[in-house]
Design a binder for this molecule. Structure first.
Ligand code: FAD
Length: 293
């Protein structure tokens, strides 16, 4: 890593849906590329709902940043054949790394497909492309909402590693102890892959609260109460959010986290402020506004 931190950084984005969203996305990606990320990752809608969007966005980022671009791929709702075609397409595009997931089908959307779990997808990728891809999988320091207990959750990560995963990226969390206890548990079960914490910036409350309920991430009461009390004061939310996430990142780095994976939500302002607070200086490289078409 050459970003000035003791760990790598990576940025997760989603495929923009409108022309305006695309223009904003390019500006964001360009701004973030100056912080020397290990990679940008691009989310994938479960059941293939944003499949084309993911391809296009991977392409756009490859051309715009010349960096390592990592598509997410979720297996739920797709057939073995569809998944194999996608994997082969990525290989032919020079993609070297994939985040392999199960995904969640939106309610009312079709069949769950041939594969039930992310471990099946990891195995499929290994079966069709050997060691070509670096495979990341999801990990849950606060336990996946459909898992019964910590042990089952850790055993699931172990299954994904045994199927061939090289590393894991976590669901976001706001309590660093959740991550450190999780690492200890994983080590006890013989999981040796790097587990990179996912970092969610706090820039608003309502959506964050709704999403956290869905994905099982806890917003600690002391954070929740303050965010509620700020109401529509986005400046106050931003200042508080920046401070909270800065201290979280500091603790994670001090505790030896192998990386920080930022959920950018296609916005760069808080992420760049965080990185600069962490002493990651941007480089000005050959990319510039003229590159944005
Ligand atoms: P799995 O690892 O398959 O686990 C799902 C559930 O099944 C867990 O409860 C697990 O305990 C259980 N389970 C697994 N195997 C077995 C078994 N053999 N027997 C019994 N139970 C089992 N979603 C998207 O749609 N698109 C994305 O781009 C996306 N990106 C993500 C990126 C990250 C870093 C993370 C953390 C999540 C992302 N998600 C994405 C969300 C993810 O798809 C959901 O959390 C989903 O509910 C679980 O996916 P998984 O890959 O963890 O599934």
């Amino acid at each position: 890593m050459n970003n000035g931190l003791a760990c790598q950084i990576s940025f997760e984005c989603f495929p923009p849906k409108t022309e305006a969203g695309l223009a904003n996305f390019k500006t964001t990606a360009l701004a973030l590329s100056h912080y020397r990320p290990d990679f940008f990752s691009v989310t994938f809608g479960a059941g293939g709902s944003t499949r084309d969007g993911t391809f296009c966005t991977v392409n756009t980022l490859q051309q715009l940043t010349n960096m390592n671009i990592v598509p997410h791929l979720s297996c739920i709702g797709l057939t073995r054949e569809q998944l194999a075609t996608i994997v082969q397409q990525y290989q032919s595009m020079g993609v070297k790394r994939i985040v392999a997931l199960r995904g969640d089908l939106p309610s009312g959307m079709g069949q769950s497909g041939e594969f039930q779990f992310a471990s099946d997808l990891v195995k499929l990728i290994r079966d069709i492309s050997g060691d070509y891809f670096h495979i990341d999988v999801a990990a849950y320091p606060e336990i996946h909402p459909q898992t019964r207990n910590v042990r089952d959750d850790i055993l699931n990560l172990k299954r994904k590693c045994e199927a061939g995963a090289d590393s894991a990226i976590t669901q976001y969390f706001f309590n660093p102890d959740a991550y450190f206890y999780y690492l200890d548990d994983c080590a006890r079960y013989g999981i040796a892959v790097p587990i990179v914490p996912g970092i969610m910036p706090i820039t608003q409350f309502t959506k964050l609260s709704r999403f956290s309920n869905l994905c099982g991430a806890e917003i600690p009461l002391w954070i929740r109460k303050r965010l509620e009390s700020f109401g529509d004061d986005i400046d106050a939310i931003y200042a508080f959010g920046l401070e909270v996430i800065y201290h979280l990142c500091e603790r994670l780095i001090a505790g030896g986290a192998p990386g920080l994976h930022f959920y950018t939500l296609n916005k760069s302002t808080m992420i760049t402020a965080l990185l600069e607070a962490l002493n990651v200086a941007p480089i000005s490289n050959s990319l510039n506004a003229a590159t944005i078409k």
